[in-house]
Design a binder for this molecule. Structure first.
Ligand SMILES: [Zn+2]
Length: 355
């Protein structure tokens, strides 16, 4: 019964957001389409049976926003060679759409996202972190709200876009054209899929989001599976409010007395150390990157004073000649404290590293 109530409530809440769109409010409904499996017009048997064919990721979105006179709908499909379907991938796919939204609506104040809620994709601590520290920042909005459909009931207009895109590609193959790779699919869709904005995703930009993600200290939220709405306000940018159902009465910056089940801190390594360690420790010495035995260092732990084990975020950073690395004199455990100015903010971070 609860499940049915949730389906109905979320459906009502999301429909009410669609009716609210204006020049300062927009809504983006997103979903994954199944990967497109490349096809040849005349497939030799070896290809048909067993030979692996390149796959291409399709991520679909429908923007509900205000047009010249009234609310309108703009469908998108982002096309990518990358097959990982995680929050970093999702944000990299949303990046070109965000740019279009910002160009169309420079005065946008509230951005709603709607998705279904599989925990590996849209509803997890990494996605929560990126909502606050990537999406809201790129959109530069006062409020970001993410509404989740009840599990298993997220199929809506984005699903239809995936079907249209694939049908157009398959029709092209049926006419004798090969779609054997990413470039051929993009060309086919640009030529034939006029009703949907097709966007090719730039894979080179994904490292910016990966580096940001590596700095996340966002803990797992215990009630994650019950969350149906996340809100983030510019007034308190590092904090997300989690609601068990989408509230149609409270504003995004308000505490919801109806459905709130907790808050999620999306602090970054940079935020913590910026306030706690303003300058390099006295017992450090500066060395050039050629001094360490390897030019790469696996970050195994943050300063233990500032991180619990569950918040560790291992990552590999490469040092370049331009970057200056400060090493603490070697401790007994061969763990060094290094000062790593490699993140986009150019502020230094402290990590314990094992060489
Ligand atoms: Zn409320």
């Amino acid at each position: 019964m609860n499940h049915l109530n949730n389906i109905y409530h979320q459906y009502q809440a999301i429909n009410s957001v669609k009716r609210q769109v204006d020049d300062e409010t927009a809504m983006l409904h997103i979903d994954f389409a199944e990967n497109y499996v490349s096809k040849y017009a005349e497939e030799v048997q070896a290809v048909h049976f067993g030979a692996s064919k390149p796959q291409i990721s399709l991520h679909t979105a429908v923007l509900y926003h205000f047009g010249e006179l009234d609310s309108t709908i703009t469908p998108f499909c982002t096309v990518s060679k990358n097959l990982r379907h995680d929050p970093v991938f999702i944000c990299n796919n949303l990046k070109p759409i965000i740019k279009i939204i910002k160009d169309l609506h420079p005065n946008l104040k509230t951005m709603h996202f709607v998705s279904d809620g599989p925990s590996s994709q849209y509803r997890n601590k990494s996605m929560f972190f990126l909502m606050a520290n990537f999406l809201a920042v790129k959109l530069n909005v006062q409020s970001l709200v993410w509404d989740y459909n009840e599990a298993g009931h997220g199929k809506d207009s984005p699903d239809g876009i995936g079907a249209i895109v694939k049908r157009i590609a398959d029709q092209s193959v049926a006419r004798g054209n090969d779609i054997a790779n990413f470039e051929q699919l993009i060309t086919c869709l640009y030529e034939n899929c006029r009703g949907v904005q097709i966007l090719s995703v730039d894979e080179e930009n994904i490292t910016e989001i990966e580096e940001l993600m590596a700095r996340s200290l966002t803990p797992t939220f215990k009630g994650t599976l019950n969350v149906h709405q996340i809100t983030r306000s510019k007034n308190n940018p590092g904090l997300l409010r989690a609601q068990k159902l989408s509230c149609m009465d409270c504003r995004p910056h308000q505490i919801c007395p109806h459905y709130e089940i907790g808050v999620i801190s999306t602090e970054t390594v940079h935020n913590r150390f910026e306030s706690s360690i303003p300058s390099p420790p006295r017992n450090t010495k500066e060395v050039l990157p050629s001094s360490p035995p390897h030019s790469e260092c696996t970050v195994t732990d943050y300063d233990s004073c500032h991180s619990s084990p569950e918040r560790r975020s291992p990552a590999i950073y490469s040092f370049t000649v331009q970057q200056r690395v400060t090493l603490e004199s070697q401790s007994e455990s061969a763990v060094s404290l290094i000062l790593l100015p490699s993140v986009p903010t150019e502020k230094c971070l402290y990590y314990k590293c094992r060489w």
